[in-house]
Design a protein around this ligand. Structure first.
Ligand SMILES: [Zn+2]
Length: 305
């Protein structure tokens, strides 16, 4: 077994600021899969939130049961899943436009590529694409469906990737990682001077997160280990020698997350209520990007790195 398989999070220290004064905020339930409860902790110094005592990495597999975890499934049997897939395809175009504002080169690496739908879209635009995916069965489906090179995380973490990449993306991946520092350090070694790093994560300070609190679907315990907001994620990534260039909205996540949150809360007419509250969150995010349900952060290397 590889070393990284058994990571137990030592989260008695804040990932962002290193402080050890931590308090328990509330209990959140894994509504999606296990129905188990997990505590959300908060750093008293910088207010960063994270999941307290998640399962060790070698035991997290069952919490991702492929048939139930939407980003790892091809099935779309209900309204929410259909909405998810429709918006996902629309957002590929939007995400690609954002990337092209900052980099026009062609070598893409997508970390945590899942079934590689995004990479397949990027490949269709005449780019070279490589994926990193930890779950071998998912990687195998993607390889045979799209003929894309997909490698396990060891290739990244043990510096076995020999080329540089122009665009490195992590779409809703960082919040799942047991060793995020190792990933960011490894990514840095794959950069040239023009490369960009794109990180998308849920926003713990969004309108929908504040409204739903422990029922907020963006907590997604225990799969989400870290619950970032716009201030702490940018300051954390910049600690590694990156420069934050820009933040962009992922406007439609508010709807999907609000509908799920209403279901978790046991509301009647959860889909309707979720659509309404998603709309409220969406509208607020237009005037205040910091309140958006999920955000895309763009980074470059500092010029002195
Ligand atoms: Zn802190």
């Amino acid at each position: 077994m590889h070393l990284i398989q058994g990571i137990k999070l030592k989260n008695d220290q804040c990932l962002i600021c290193g402080h050890s004064k931590i308090r328990d905020l509330f209990t959140a339930k894994d509504h999606g899969i296990s129905q188990e409860n997990f505590i959300i902790s908060e750093c008293l110094n910088c207010k960063f939130q994270f999941t307290k005592n998640p399962p060790v990495e070698s035991k997290i597999g069952p919490y991702y049961e492929a048939t139930k975890y939407i980003s790892h499934t091809e099935e779309s049997p209900n309204f929410i899943n259909k909405l998810y897939f429709y918006i996902r395809d629309f957002m590929f175009v939007e995400k690609y436009k954002i990337i092209r504002k900052y980099n026009s080169s062609n070598n893409f690496l997508d970390i945590g590529c899942g079934l590689a739908h995004f990479l397949n879209f990027v490949k269709s635009k005449n780019n070279n694409v490589t994926g990193i995916e930890k779950i071998e069965s998912t990687a195998n489906i993607a390889r045979s469906k799209f003929q894309i090179e997909i490698l396990p995380p060891e290739f990244l973490l043990e510096n076995k990737l020999k080329e540089k990449y122009d665009v490195i993306t992590m779409w809703h991946v960082l919040e799942h990682l047991y060793n995020p520092k190792e990933y960011i350090n490894a990514i840095k070694k794959l950069f040239n001077h023009e490369s960009i790093l794109i990180i998308a994560v849920p926003n713990q300070n969004s309108t929908d997160a504040i409204k739903y609190s422990e029922f907020w679907a963006g907590y997604d315990v225990p799969r989400h280990l870290w619950h970032f907001n716009p201030i702490n994620i940018t300051s954390w990534v910049e600690q590694f020698g990156f420069k934050h260039l820009a933040t962009h909205r992922l406007p439609f996540d508010a709807f999907y997350v609000s509908i799920l949150s209403e279901k978790y809360r046991g509301s009647k007419f959860a889909t309707l209520r979720g659509m309404f509250n998603g709309l409220v969150s969406y509208l607020k995010s237009i005037s205040n990007i910091q309140k958006t349900s999920s955000l895309i952060y763009v980074f470059k290397l500092n010029s002195n790195e």
